[in-house]
Design a protein. Structure first.
Length: 244
């Protein structure tokens, strides 16, 4: 799969030149140390009572800094899931266009990076295997959001436009025509590349990501433990960092 995706990305970049990022962003302002989530806060709400999850630190870095972690990142007792995530969350700039890019594991963590652009109230382009559109259970702290409700948290707090562009399946493909040229977040959940997720072809997925990333203020990528093999997800994240 990695070879196939890299070939598609190379061909896409030859046919459609992505614009260089020209903005100024203080990405270092979201750097923070690791902390612990205790049941039932945030994603630990899917786990058993007494459970705690270690949330990695955020660092400024490059694609080679994206590595598999040694801590359980996601637990779902209903589906009997316990998965490792990535060692550290990385904020940096893509190699091709210099666009700010943030890599995390659980998808709600992207809110930490969305703070960088929330004053502009950008349009969210959400590319995922899931809608992640559950109502937010609380609006006070982004640290206590879950993988299913972080988008509603951002909408309710006026961080993003209320009308998002969510592309999950082939029926959503016409929405790509509505993707704005600027003031947008390209938000990718790598579980869309899970081998069992065949609702879109690899070419369609890359075409959507390519268009969504062009002129973006920010690219956020979740490795999605529990929904895709993390070694595969990390390899894809590095490809996107390189080619977007």
């Amino acid at each position: 799969m990695i070879w196939q995706l890299e070939t598609i990305l190379e061909q896409k970049n030859k046919s459609v030149l992505l614009p260089k990022y020209t903005g100024i962003m203080a990405i270092e302002t979201i750097v923070r140390p690791e902390f612990t989530l205790h049941y039932p806060d945030g994603n630990s709400s899917f786990a058993a009572k007494g459970t705690k999850l270690q949330v990695p630190e955020i660092c400024c870095g490059e694609l080679d800094d994206i590595v598999l972690g040694s801590e359980i990142a996601f637990i779902d007792i209903n589906d009997k899931i316990e998965e490792y995530g990535i060692e550290k969350y990385i904020i940096g700039y893509t190699e091709n266009t210099g666009t700010p890019i943030f890599i995390c594991d659980n998808h709600n963590v992207v809110l930490e990076a969305w703070q960088l652009v929330k004053e502009d109230i950008p349009t969210l382009v959400h590319i995922d295997q899931h809608r992640d559109n559950a109502p937010a259970t609380q609006l006070e702290s982004h640290y206590n959001t879950r993988i299913c409700d972080y988008i509603d948290f951002a909408i309710q707090n006026n961080w993003i436009q209320p009308e998002i562009i969510s592309i999950i399946e082939s029926g959503d493909l016409p929405k790509t025509e509505k993707i704005p040229a600027t003031n947008k977040i390209c938000n990718i959940d790598l579980d869309i590349f899970a081998p069992e997720c065949t609702v879109l072809t690899p070419e369609e997925k890359i075409n959507i990501i390519h268009k969504a990333s062009a002129g973006s203020s920010l690219i956020t990528i979740a490795s999605s433990p529990g929904f895709i093999d993390q070694k595969l997800a990390i390899s894809i994240a590095k490809l996107l960092w390189q080619y977007l």
